[in-house]
Design a protein around this ligand. Structure first.
Ligand code: AIR
Length: 176
């Protein structure tokens, strides 16, 4: 198996977006391969988003600081992706009353069932909307975030409609 290239330089500070509407957080750099699909989908829809790596277990203080900061700068919706004992979306939901969507990562030992159950079994009172395991969930978390934002933003509503119309057109009538 080809070895992944190591990044040349580790970013010391987060790339802050001035007015992010969506905050995307993941528990590890290793989640980015999946979570980039959430960021890319939001980009296609023209929705400003900020992406960060913070772990509920490894960097809890940093995570909480980021949630408060990104919310102060305008985040209306949060997307949190994590794997294994995936507490991340639950912690985000504990710290903000904004909608939180969880993306369970596919894992080697349990195929993502561990991540899924960690996210979906939230105690009553602190909700997390959990999407599918893996890439589909990341894409759908972005689309669901867009649908929430579209309720109060005609431009985003139009972008979501166009996305869906384009998707419909792209489905072939027969296999090619
Ligand atoms: N993780 C990180 N902190 C807490 C948890 N649950 C998750 C990451 C990742 C998995 O642990 O979200 O999916 C493995 O992380 P790593 O860094 O070992 O690849």
């Amino acid at each position: 198996m080809a070895k992944k290239p190591t990044p040349k330089r580790k970013r010391k500070t987060i790339k802050k977006i001035k007015h992010p509407l969506v905050g995307i957080v993941m528990g590890s750099q290793s989640d980015w391969e999946t979570m980039r699909h959430a960021a890319e989908t939001l980009k296609k829809l023209g929705i400003p988003n900020e992406v960060a790596v913070h772990s509920a277990h490894r960097t809890p203080d940093r995570l909480i600081d980021w949630i408060k900061d990104v919310e102060e700068r305008g985040a209306q919706v949060f997307i949190a992706g994590a794997g294994m004992a995936a507490a991340l979306p639950g912690v985000v939901a504990a710290m903000t009353a904004k909608p939180v969507f969880g993306c369970p990562m596919e894992t080697r030992v349990m195929g993502g069932m561990d991540s899924l159950l960690s996210m979906v079994q939230m105690p009553g009172g602190i909700p997390v909307g959990v999407l599918a395991v893996g890439r589909a969930g990341a894409v759908n978390a972005a689309l669901l975030s867009a649908a929430v934002l579209a309720l109060g933003d005609a431009k985003i509503a139009k972008a979501v409609e166009k996305f869906r119309a384009d998707q419909t057109k792209a489905v072939p009538l027969t296999p090619e």
